[in-house]
Write a protein that binds this ligand. Structure first.
Ligand SMILES: Cc1cc2nc3c(=O)[nH]c(=O)nc-3n(C[C@H](O)[C@H](O)[C@H](O)COP(=O)(O)OP(=O)(O)OC[C@H]3O[C@@H](n4cnc5c(N)ncnc54)[C@H](O)[C@@H]3O)c2cc1C
Length: 429
């Protein structure tokens, strides 16, 4: 029996698994599938009542799949997550939507579109040039907007793309990432595909891990639903969850690892889904609308997704955090106003259903994805290092190239599984 009085698995019925995997997101599921394919026994331990973590599709509320978290496989076919598409026998659909840009309710003129292109190009050049001279720099020091068009273009570098303000954005971490385009969607929803792909992995749901002790012959894992032991463990938790200190390690994590966790905070990025009772948006299906409202707040949106009378509005950075602090309705009110400026006030009275994600308030995510604080781009590799030989670290935050994305989570799960396999095949001490 555990100190909490609950047996995790009755010892008479189940042997200790070779590897315990903490977290049933993409990283944990990828690690589990790899180890299972290599003939090892695994047990995934998950605090929620579902798998997928930050990849989750709500397929019922709106009549179309609404991905609360990850939605696209970005960066083309070289994205490691394309392997999931193949393994799940799913189909990746190239997103061909064109971007329409609005400022204060009006679409840009031809001249402004051309200027916008130049501003975006120049922003990339400034960042690249600066990085030739120094190891890292705060993006906000390089991109100082002089007018609204620049404000919007720069918002698409930090808040709307990375989920952080440019004043907190590391140029090195930003340029590390492969371009988002081309990006692919999944008809059933990316989260739904992940849920299918991971369905055969053994998961203990509703068990929040509170301690990982590798001081004994086996790794002892204490959860809110009891204890278990395994020969090795893989930790895939978001850095924000690790930073809360609600999960303890024995021996204590090294100072370098604790510093890495502190320097990899979570970005803020949320989505608002709106379903309208009638046609109120005069636009082709699936159009990408990016804008700056009359109150100088930025947003990104997909209008009429899947040919529905609906919209998905995305907010990021400080603005997303503010809406979270004000409660879910604040983001919905903003999303409706932002669209009403463009498509007319008629849509205000036609909202039939709405939902705003609040990833920052989700205790098992604490934010959208990891970002490195300026000057700390090397910390992802530090976080990825094993702890005390038999405790391995995975999760999007640990991947040097595809961090922040599903592809990074997937690649990190494979890497951690290989590390665990090496330990399992070594002679027992
Ligand atoms: C709004 C949003 C939009 C996004 N869009 C995209 C996109 O379009 N494309 C893309 O590639 N990526 C996107 N991402 C990022 C992507 O979702 C993540 O990079 C990826 O899903 C992370 O997977 P993971 O396995 O590393 O972590 P997670 O999915 O967070 O998995 C960790 C798991 O650990 C569990 N857990 C937490 N604490 C405990 C505990 N104490 N004990 C046990 N279990 C615990 C969690 O419940 C979770 O299931 C987006 C994310 C968000 C939030």
């Amino acid at each position: 029996m555990s100190p909490l009085g609950l047996a995790f698995v009755p010892p008479a019925q189940a042997a200790d698994p070779d590897v315990a995997i903490i977290g049933a997101g993409v990283a944990g599921l990828a690690a589990a599938r790899t180890l299972m394919a290599a003939g090892k026994s695994v047990q995934v331990i998950e605090a929620r009542e579902r798998i997928g973590g930050r990849a989750f599709t709500d397929s019922t509320t709106f009549g179309f799949p609404f991905d609360h978290g990850a939605q696209w496989i970005e960066g083309g076919k070289s994205n490691p997550a394309m392997a999931i598409v193949r393994e799940a026998s799913a189909k990746a659909i190239l997103d061909r939507s064109e971007q329409a840009i609005y400022v204060a309710g009006k679409e840009l003129s031809k001249e402004d579109y051309e200027r916008f292109e130049k501003i975006a190009h120049e922003a990339t050049r400034k960042i690249d040039e600066a990085l030739k001279k120094q190891p890292d720099v705060v993006v906000g020091r390089l991109l100082v907007p002089q007018d609204r068009l620049e404000m919007l273009a720069y918002a698409m570098v930090g808040p709307l793309e990375q989920g952080v303000e440019n004043g907190e954005l590391s140029a090195r971490d930003f340029t590390r990432q492969p371009e988002a385009e081309p990006q692919y969607g999944i008809a059933e929803g990316l989260g739904a595909m992940i849920a299918r792909w991971g369905a055969k992995v053994p998961v203990r749901f509703g068990a929040r891990v509170v301690r990982v002790d590798s001081t004994g012959a086996q790794v002892a894992i204490e959860t809110t639903a009891g204890q278990m032991r395994a020969r090795a463990a893989i930790v895939t938790l978001p850095t924000g969850v690790l930073a809360t200190g609600k999960i303890g390690f024995a021996p204590q994590l090294s100072a370098a690892k604790r510093e890495a966790i502190a320097q990899l905070p979570m970005a803020s990025f949320n989505k608002v889904a709106l379903l309208f009772s009638r046609k109120v948006i005069d636009s082709p299906a699936g159009r990408n609308v990016t804008g700056f409202t009359r109150k100088d707040l930025s947003f990104d949106a997909i209008v009429r997704p899947a040919n529905r009378e609906a919209a998905l509005v995305f907010v990021g950075g400080a603005q997303a955090r503010t809406f979270e602090n004000e409660g879910g309705r604040a983001a919905v009110t903003f999303a409706v106003s932002a669209l009403a400026e463009i498509f007319g006030n008629d849509l205000r009275g036609a909202v039939a259903k709405s939902h705003a994600t609040q990833w920052g308030r989700d205790p098992y995510a604490t934010g959208a994805w990891s970002v490195t604080r300026p000057g700390h781009a090397d910390k992802r590799l530090v976080l990825a290092q094993p702890h005390h030989d038999r405790v391995f670290f995975a999760g999007e935050a640990t991947d040097p190239v595809w961090a922040t994305r599903v592809g990074g989570a997937y690649a990190s799960g494979l890497r951690a599984a290989r590390e665990a396999l090496a330990v399992l095949s070594a002679p027992r001490r």
